[in-house]
Structure formats: structure tokens, C-alpha cells
Design a protein around this ligand. Structure first.
Ligand code: NDP
Length: 479
């Protein structure tokens, strides 16, 4: 059975404890590899390596780092197909999604941030001829990068790339649920010219290896993407050590469809927003609000389209693959049950799917649409993170703003209307970090990405990431 290894100081290592944990594929439900059950000693070893590698990596300068990161990006592209297959098998997502969304982004992250670092300028504040201040941004040191399982290598490299481009070295902890592509990544790093110790990948459990990273005194900066409850714990750990911290957390995002929206556009986009990646994207629109005049027509069309979505073997051109793990599948099924207990009506879906043959023990769920739930009920408040949406009518702008803003989250929202003034009015009143008008998930890597309220702290993306991964220093020169 394949054994995933940690990658520390340019070496592939088992955990110091020699313990391993099982890794299964959600497509078959079967164990197919093992990963190191690392703890604080492994993290410490990785941090020491990253600390030692830091001065040399920093002194390479922007251009030196740019050259190495661009060549790493080329090597990642040469292994594109391997990444696609591994990501789909480990996570359960359809291969075509890995091929069109996840894996292209891996090399793109490196190219984008390597290039951005060349364009990152400093500021000057002149004091009426008496003095001038120039403000520089310096790399901080060892960056800790912790990522979730839904877009495993896409999000891991979204953190590693800017950290490195800004001149830091990295210790990364991928999700224990999807460790395979991070391991493939470390194999490619090993073949590249990136000096040893610059990139270290430590596998293991969040509460053991992840927590050790956030508590390590020699890791002054942590970038975390994951659930809000985990983010809360990390925030507490980092606060006492005054670490710089970025938290990209959960969402319970509204899709708001007005009477005057382009009907088919709103229908197709909100469907995609509901069920892409099995509904396991932090940006998925999981609460659909439809204005009353078109509510019945929209609901009927949405349910019809949902019924036509295909679920199955991720190797085929299906709309939905498997849910990432048995525990997560059961959590989603429990929410569907809770929705019924709360008075909801299942319009379509609601069940686990059992296929014949190799996929029999796989974790598949029908895309599910639920009606008749109050906007304040638990199912409309908590993040389900699966192929489950609720649909609700609204009367007017005030009505829908109240409902859309009624959760503890504030990550993203989509607003569908043909009235530009209304779109702007609504955008200013929705408490979310990211708003899409007549669209969803149109991503530009330069934009500030992140959420309000329990959806996170700080913004990443573009120069925001480079600012986050650097320390600001002002130098005042008297004239
Ligand atoms: P978790 O919060 O469970 O885990 C995220 C990462 O943190 C994993 O690597 C996990 O390790 C690790 N971890 C867990 N506990 C700790 C701890 N105490 N200290 C340090 N690290 C820890 O999230 P999921 O993996 O379940 O991912 C789903 C969540 O991520 C959803 O809430 C989703 O909304 C959110 N997300 C947010 C995004 C955003 O940009 N805002 C984007 C994508 C997802 P392990 O896997 O071993 O437990």
C-alpha cells in the first residue's frame, strides 16, 4: 500500500513516531494509502529546517525567487494528468472539475504570485522638504500554511505561492482527509531547484500536527483556510503569541433572484453555485431567495434541472462525484433529516445513493432542494457544505436583506437583477466580503478575497497576500 511521506528539509520522512493513519478514497470507501501521523516533534523539525533556509531564500531577491518559482510551475504542468487523477480519487470530485478548476490553478498560483512580487512597489511619504519616509515590506520568516480538503492542492498552493514569492519559507499542513496531491507536489518540489528547507510539508491530524504549527514560537505568520470553529481555536492559539493571522472560513451564502433577473441566466448560475464540487465550496450559494412573482416558476425549473444532474463515477462526465468522507456524508444526511424535523419539504433528492460494483461503498448523495424552511432555522443558519440548498420566497429588498444577513457568516453573495441601481443598492447592504452581480465564482486572483463576521479575518489575493506575508517597516530620512 502506498505510503505518503512528510517532506522536511529536502528529505522524505515518516513521522518520528513511525505511526501512520489510513487514507481512503470516497469513491470506493476503501483504504488505499497511509499518511504519517505527525506530531509536534515533526513540526518542530520542519520549522527548524524552514528557519535555517530562510536567510538564503530571502537573499535570493525577487528575481531569483521568481525564476525558481516559474520553473516549478512548468514542472507542475508537466505532471498535470497525474494531479488530476490523484485529486479526483482522493477527494471524490469529478475528474473534469479537477482538470478544469483545481489543477490548472496550481501552476497558475505560482506564476501569478511570482510575477506579482516583481510588481509589488513600496511607498514614500514626503514631509514638505523636511524629511521623507520610505516604507518597505520585508519577508517575515517561517510561514505556516494550513488548508482544507475541498480544493486540496488548489488552496494549499494559494498559500504556499505568495508566502514564497514574498521571501518566506514554508511549513504546510494539508488536510488529513486529502493528503495525496500535497505529497505529489512535494515530489516535484524535490526535483526542482528550490533549495532544501524552503518548502516543508508535514502530514497529520489537525488537532495534533496543525495545532503544533499554530503554537510554534518560531512560526510568526499563519494562513489558514477551513471551518469557522477551527478558525476560532487557531485565533486563540495565535493571539497569545502575537502571530500574524489570516483566516478564510466558512460561508452560508445567499443567491438572490429578483423578478427582473434574466431568468435562464439566474437559473443556470444558481444551480451551478449550489452543486459544484458536490456543494463543497466555501462560496457555494446554499440559500436561494427568489422574489415572489417568479417564485413558483423558478422553483419548478430549478427542481427540474436538479433532477437532471448526474451523480456517479468521477471518471465519467458526471455533474456530481462523491462526498469527501463517510463522516461528512453522514453529517449532510443528518442535516437533511433535521430540515424535515424543522418543517421543511424535500422537493428533490434527500438520500444516499448506492451504486453497484466498485462504487458500492462510495459516499454519494442526491442533489437536494428543500422548501418551507424559516430563514432563522438551524438548517438555514449552519454551513452544511454539501449538495443541499434551501429555497425561499421574498417580497422586497428590505425583506431579502434581512434574511440574507441573518447568519453569523459573511463570505459571499450572488445578486441576480437587470436593474443596475438595485444591484448597487443591494451590494452595499449585504454583509459579505465578496458580491457577484449576475454571476458566481468569477475569480480574478488580484481581488481581495475573504469574508466578514465568522467567515474570516483579513483578505488574501493579489497584493493583499503579499502584504500579509510581509512585515512593514517605515524608514524616516531627515533632509
Ligand atoms: P477544518 O477546519 O476541519 O480543517 C481545515 C484544516 O485545518 C485541515 O488541514 C485540518 O486538519 C486543520 N485543523 C483542524 N483542527 C486544527 C487545529 N486545532 N489547529 C490547526 N489546524 C487544524 O475544515 P475542513 O477541512 O473540514 O474544510 C471545510 C471548511 O473549510 C468549510 O467550513 C469551508 O467553508 C471552509 N473553507 C473556506 C474557504 C474560504 O476561502 N473562506 C475555502 C474553502 C473551504 P485535518 O484535516 O487533519 O483535521
Amino acid at each position: 500500500m502506498k505510503k505518503i511521506q512528510n517532506y522536511i528539509n529536502g528529505q522524505f520522512l515518516s513521522a518520528l513516531s513511525k505511526n501512520y493513519k489510513n487514507n481512503s478514497s470516497p469513491i470506493t470507501g476503501k483504504i488505499y494509502s497511509k499518511f504519517p501521523d505527525s506530531d509536534h516533534e515533526d513540526i518542530d523539525k520542519a520549522v527548524m529546517a524552514a528557519k535555517k533556509a530562510f536567510p538564503k531564500w530571502k537573499s535570493l531577491g525577487k528575481k531569483g525567487r521568481y525564476n525558481l518559482l516559474m520553473s516549478l510551475a512548468d514542472m507542475l504542468d508537466e505532471n498535470f494528468d497525474k494531479f488530476v487523477e490523484a485529486e479526483s480519487y482522493d477527494n471524490g470530485k469529478p475528474e473534469w472539475i479537477a482538470r478544469s478548476v483545481d489543477i490548472p490553478r496550481v501552476s497558475e498560483n505560482f506564476r501569478f504570485f511570482a510575477t506579482a512580487s516583481l510588481h509589488f512597489s513600496s511607498e514614500c511619504h514626503e514631509m514638505d522638504g523636511k524629511a521623507f519616509n520610505y516604507t518597505i515590506r520585508e519577508p517575515i520568516g517561517v510561514a505556516g500554511c494550513i488548508s482544507p480538503w475541498n480544493l486540496p492542492i488548489y488552496l494549499l498552493t494559494w498559500k504556499i505561492a505568495p508566502a514564497l514569492a514574498a521571501g518566506n519559507t514554508v511549513v504546510a499542513k494539508p488536510s488529513e482527509i486529502t493528503p495525496m496531491t500535497a505529497y505529489l507536489f512535494s515530489k516535484i518540489v524535490h526535483k526542482s531547484n528550490i533549495p532544501k528547507g524552503v518548502i516543508n510539508i508535514v502530514h497529520g491530524l489537525g488537532e495534533k500536527a496543525g495545532e503544533a504549527l499554530t503554537k510554534h514560537p518560531d512560526v510568526p505568520v499563519i494562513s489558514f483556510t477551513g471551518g469557522s470553529n477551527t478558525g476560532k481555536k487557531i485565533n486563540i492559539n495565535c493571539a497569545s503569541l502575537f502571530k500574524k493571522l489570516s483566516l478564510e472560513l466558512g460561508g452560508k451564502n445567499p443567491s438572490i433572484i429578483f423578478n427582473d433577473a434574466n431568468f435562464n441566466e439566474a437559473l443556470n448560475i444558481s444551480l451551478k453555485s449550489a452543486f459544484s464540487n458536490q456543494g463543497q465550496i466555501c462560496l457555494c450559494g446554499s440559500r436561494i431567495f427568489v422574489q415572489s412573482k417568479i417564485y413558483n416558476k423558478f422553483k419548478t425549473a430549478f427542481v427540474e434541472k436538479t433532477k437532471k444532474l448526474t451523480v456517479g463515477n468521477p471518471k465519467n462526465k458526471v455533474d456530481l462525484g462523491a462526498i469527501v468522507s463517510k463522516a461528512h456524508m453522514n453529517k449532510i444526511i443528518n442535516y437533511i433529516q433535521l430540515a424535515q424535523d424543522e418543517g421543511g419539504t424535500i422537493l428533490t433528492g434527500g438520500n444516499r445513493i448506492r451504486f453497484e460494483g466498485d462504487l458500492r461503498e462510495g459516499y454519494f448523495i442526491e442533489p437536494t432542494v428543500i422548501e418551507n424552511l424559516d430563514y432563522k432555522c438551524i438548517v438555514n443558519q449552519e454551513e452544511i457544505f454539501g449538495p443541499v440548498v434551501t429555497i425561499m420566497p421574498f417580497e422586497n429588498e428590505d425583506d431579502v436583506i434581512k434574511m440574507a444577513n441573518a447568519t453569523k457568516y459573511g463570505l459571499s453573495a450572488s445578486i441576480f437583477t437587470s436593474n443596475v441601481s438595485k444591484a448597487h443598492r443591494m451590494s452595499s447592504k449585504i454583509n459579505s466580503g465578496i458580491i457577484w452581480i449576475n454571476s458566481w465564482m468569477m475569480r480574478d486572483l488580484r481581488i481581495p478575497f475573504g469574508g466578514m463576521k465568522d467567515s474570516g479575518i483579513g483578505r488574501e489575493g493579489g497584493f493583499n497576500s503579499l502584504r500579509f506575508f510581509t512585515e512593514t517597516k517605515n524608514i524616516c530620512v531627515k533632509i
